[in-house]
Design a protein around this ligand. Structure first.
Ligand SMILES: Cc1cc2nc3c(=O)[nH]c(=O)nc-3n(C[C@H](O)[C@H](O)[C@H](O)COP(=O)(O)OP(=O)(O)OC[C@H]3O[C@@H](n4cnc5c(N)ncnc54)[C@H](O)[C@@H]3O)c2cc1C
Length: 380
């Protein structure tokens, strides 16, 4: 029998995250967006409430919840603001490759840092000329004695400006593509490591996104996370695990759109009646509800598959692509329902529309998800 009933623990987690979004995220989200500034105080409070590093097992100081529970937390935080949620979730993105491929020492040291204090971490595959084409990265490493020396740059890295450590992917030979890619843990204070340009983004402006520059950055062999070739596989396995979180973020954003639209449609009158009584407005509201239900089911199926150790790249990518595309369509409709007011910064829906767009871009664009799905279907 298939059972969709949530456990008491799951309900409690949802309530904690929902309360946090209402009391701590929503009140500061518009200002953080305006200033393009990550609200560090909110992150610290989220950490104190156990809403960060949730999938890190208890033996390393984390909450140790499954992917399913993690998506529930992400969904609630995203209802408050997907920018703030993205920065919180990026710690999970950085922790996942260590959980998947790290040594016991690396897990203890680096995951312990995140669970021992409210610190941020970042994950960096993307480069100015290699986003979708991860295997096309140009950032190189060379083995020098017992160390590795990294040179290059990374682009659009979430939490880059404030992270304490970074998972950096680099290649020993760009021409060998995925076969040359390795992964390293790099401490922020390593000489030659520098946070460069801060991106002035369209949406999710509360999340900090920067370019990283690496010049002769020496990394000890103890910080090698995955050797040449294994690094690429680790990056893909990480995405497989974290893509359902993007779908969960999409559900949170869509729920927010729907709530804002229902309240507005009941108040706003045209032709003598609330716009909620117009069939075409109702149609848009109903479409939002359909997308929310469908995405949430996909996300929960993808998370369940991960929790039960079933390889599920199709479902993970479906949850990400369908969720992201649905969130964009929903946010556009939300602005439509608000009419002219929706196009101004006095109302919350224009931010939701700007925030939704990047869901179709980061952690693999909607086109790349379709490529992943098609390759799996065709077995190529
Ligand atoms: C706010 C934000 C936060 C991010 N955070 C991180 C992070 O923390 N860490 C990290 O490593 N990266 C991060 N990224 C980078 C993100 O993952 C990349 O931007 C994304 O993968 C797309 O790569 P690109 O920008 O180089 O676009 P491109 O790869 O240049 O793609 C451009 C367009 O071409 C399409 N396209 C490309 N190849 C194909 C193909 N084969 N078939 C069909 N269409 C194709 C794409 O879908 C897209 O529409 C972030 C990006 C943003 C905007």
């Amino acid at each position: 029998m298939l059972d969709f009933k949530l456990s008491e623990e799951q309900e409690q987690l949802i309530q904690t995250a929902r309360r946090f979004a209402k009391e701590r995220i929503i009140p500061v989200a518009a200002e953080a967006d305006r200033k393009s500034e990550f609200p560090a105080g909110v992150f610290e409070a989220a950490w104190e409430n156990g809403l960060v590093n949730c999938t890190v097992p208890a033996e390393y100081g984390g909450l140790g919840v499954g992917e399913l529970e993690n998506t529930m937390i992400v969904e609630e935080l995203a209802y408050g603001c997907t920018g703030i949620q993205t920065s919180i979730t990026a710690n999970t993105l950085a922790a996942t490759p260590i959980l998947l491929g790290g040594s016991e020492e690396q897990k203890k040291k680096y995951l312990g840092m995140l669970t021992g204090a409210p610190l941020l971490a970042a994950y960096a595959t993307s480069e100015p000329n290699a986003g979708s084409d991860v295997a096309g990265m140009q950032c190189t490493f060379k083995k020098v004695g017992d160390d590795y020396v990294i040179n290059g740059s990374k682009a659009w890295i979430t939490n880059a400006a404030r992270a304490t450590w970074y998972v950096i992917f680099a290649t020993d030979n760009p021409a060998s593509r995925h076969k040359g890619i390795a992964a390293f843990i790099v401490d922020r204070d390593t000489p030659g490591f520098r946070v460069a340009k801060h991106e002035d983004k369209l949406g999710q402006r509360a999340s900090d996104t920067c370019v990283l520059s690496l010049e002769d950055v020496k990394v000890p062999k103890a910080n090698l996370l995955a050797g040449p070739g294994a690094g690429f596989k680790l990056a893909m396995e990480t995405f497989n695990k974290t893509r359902p979180d993007i779908g969960a973020g999409a559900v949170g954003l869509m729920r927010r759109c729907l709530d804002e639209c229902v309240a507005y449609a009941k108040e706003r009158k045209t032709f003598g009646v609330p716009i909620a009584q117009h069939q075409m407005v109702q149609h848009m509201l109903a479409e939002m509800a359909i997308r929310i239900e469908a995405t949430q089911l996909l996300v929960r199926k993808a998370a369940w598959a991960l929790d039960t150790n079933q390889r599920s790249p199709i479902v993970s990518s479906c949850a990400k692509a369908y969720g992201a595309d649905s969130a964009m369509a929903t946010a556009i409709d939300a602005v439509q329902i608000f009419g002219g007011n929706g196009y101004t910064k006095e109302y919350p829906v224009e931010k939701l529309m700007r925030d939704a767009k990047v869901l179709q871009i980061y952690e693999g664009t909607s086109q790349i998800q379709r490529m992943v799905i098609a390759k799996q279907i065709l077995g190529v």
